[in-house]
Design a protein around this ligand. Structure first.
Ligand SMILES: Nc1ncnc2c1ncn2[C@@H]1O[C@H](COP(=O)(O)OP(=O)(O)O)[C@@H](O)[C@H]1O
Ligand SMILES: [Mg+2]
Length: 412
């Protein structure tokens, strides 16, 4: 990396890159709070009312070029190369500059939009219109790119000097407990690792999920509530309510992963509002949440219904679609816990409850559909099947192999 970007040198940098001129200078610049540890984010206001978000990846000594922004840039190139994907361009923010050498990405800053995560946290309301807009938006991305070989080939492009042999399979378990982990995590967090290791059915369910992972369309791959922006006048608009940002991980992938990750992000609101008391059992603790699941459930149902309504054909291709979504939601919860231990060095009883829930979602997905959405799979699919004249799956066909014989005998 040649340049370390700061609020002092950003003006020269943008001028040199041709993104602003002397007449059209910068009127204001402010550092944004980081949602991740890795990027430096700077918002810059230009004289012509335009606002830019300038991001640079942090790189550590002796690390090569991380290329994290490459995928986001490649995604923008895909939109440029195939104008037929114009609708997809409208759901993202425009990348105006990419500098691979210095790991810098400049996007249009969407000043009319706010982070959905903060909106939910601040207002503690969950209007279904918002979830419906998100479901439609994700479905439009998946549907427009579904099984299109030319887009897949385009997304196979690797950064200069590198090779991309295959796309990343996100169904990954957690590391086994080693002496290094012992020394690196707080004592309470060890129960997370021991629990994970004790219940082999968990690891088998993840292995099964990895085996069933079917890359077939363009996926965002980091679809959390902090990577969705909501229009400040969302309640007065009919479209463009939401935008998806942070496309660093986007690639050819499995649509069930995007939905599962997002559902896990919604479930986190409920799970992080649980009352922590060692005297309470799991059921009691889940019931006493400050933001109960019942408050979030209508949004989860609206999300999945809107998605399937927009992209009903996916059910013809994937009979196990909903079960896989639920399993990825379970895996998403496990990854959230892992990140919390790593970055916040914290693990408490509420986290243990989240781990139990994750286990249920991963190992009993059909049963858990009701837990998450508040209605059965049949109720979700029946209306849709009628409307779109889909073949309704038989009950037997919906059963999928969940874990291997060996672990089933262990009574998990
Ligand atoms: N185009 C944009 N318009 C407005 N705000 C944005 C935009 N892109 C990002 N942000 C804000 O900056 C934060 C960090 O950006 P993001 O691309 O998610 O990077 P990272 O999570 O990797 O730090 C977001 O959570 C959001 O609040
Ligand atoms: Mg982000």
């Amino acid at each position: 990396m040649l340049l370390s970007l700061s609020s002092q040198n950003v003006i020269q940098y943008l001028q040199a890159a041709g993104l602003c001129s002397l007449e059209n200078g910068i009127t204001d610049k402010s550092e944004l709070p980081r949602s991740s540890k890795k990027n430096f984010n700077l918002r810059v206001k230009l004289g012509n009312n335009q606002q830019l978000l300038v991001q640079q990846e942090h790189r550590f000594e002796d690390e090569g070029n991380p290329h994290e922004f490459f995928n986001e840039w490649l995604f923008q190139q895909l939109l440029r190369q195939f104008p037929v994907l114009g609708n997809i361009a409208a759901i993202a923010s425009l990348v105006v500059h990419y500098d691979a050498e210095n790991s810098i990405l400049v996007r249009n800053y969407l000043s009319d939009y706010l982070e959905l995560q903060s909106f939910y946290q601040k207002n503690d309301i969950f209007p279904t219109e918002i979830a419906t807009a998100i479901g439609k938006t994700i479905a439009s991305l998946h549907r427009a790119t579904f099984q299109r070989r030319e887009y897949r080939d385009f997304m196979s492009t690797a950064p200069e000097g590198q090779f991309r042999y295959s796309f990343y399979n996100p169904a990954q378990g957690i590391d086994t407990l080693t002496p290094e982990i012992f020394g690196a995590v707080p004592k309470e967090a060890l129960q997370f690792y021991t629990y994970y290791q004790r219940y082999e059915c968990l690891e088998s369910a993840i292995a099964d999920l990895a085996y069933e992972w079917k890359p077939c369309c363009l996926t965002h791959n980091d679809l959390t509530l902090s990577n969705i922006l909501l229009h400040s006048r969302w309640d007065k608009l009919d479209n463009c309510l939401v935008k998806l940002i942070d496309w660093e991980a986007c690639a050819w992938g499995d649509p069930t992963f995007d939905l599962g990750t997002l559902i896990a992000s919604y479930l986190k609101i409920w799970l992080s509002s649980l009352v922590v008391d060692p005297m309470l059992d799991l059921e009691e603790s889940l019931q006493l949440a400050v933001t109960p699941l019942e408050v979030i459930q209508p949004s989860l149902l609206a999300l999945i219904r809107a998605y399937l309504n927009e992209f009903p054909a996916i059910l013809e291709h994937r009979q196990d679609f909903l079960a896989r979504v639920i399993q990825f939601a379970g895996l998403g919860l496990i990854h959230q816990l892992q990140a919390k231990i790593k970055f916040q060095q914290h693990f408490d009883n509420a986290d243990m409850s989240a781990l139990h829930l994750a286990q249920n979602l991963l190992t009993m997905p059909e049963k858990s559909i009701h837990t998450v959405f508040g209605v059965s799979q049949l109720e979700i699919v029946a209306l849709l099947a009628e409307k779109h004249q889909l073949a309704q799956p038989q009950k037997e066909q919906k059963l999928v192999r969940l874990y291997y014989e060996k672990t089933r005998l262990r009574g998990c």
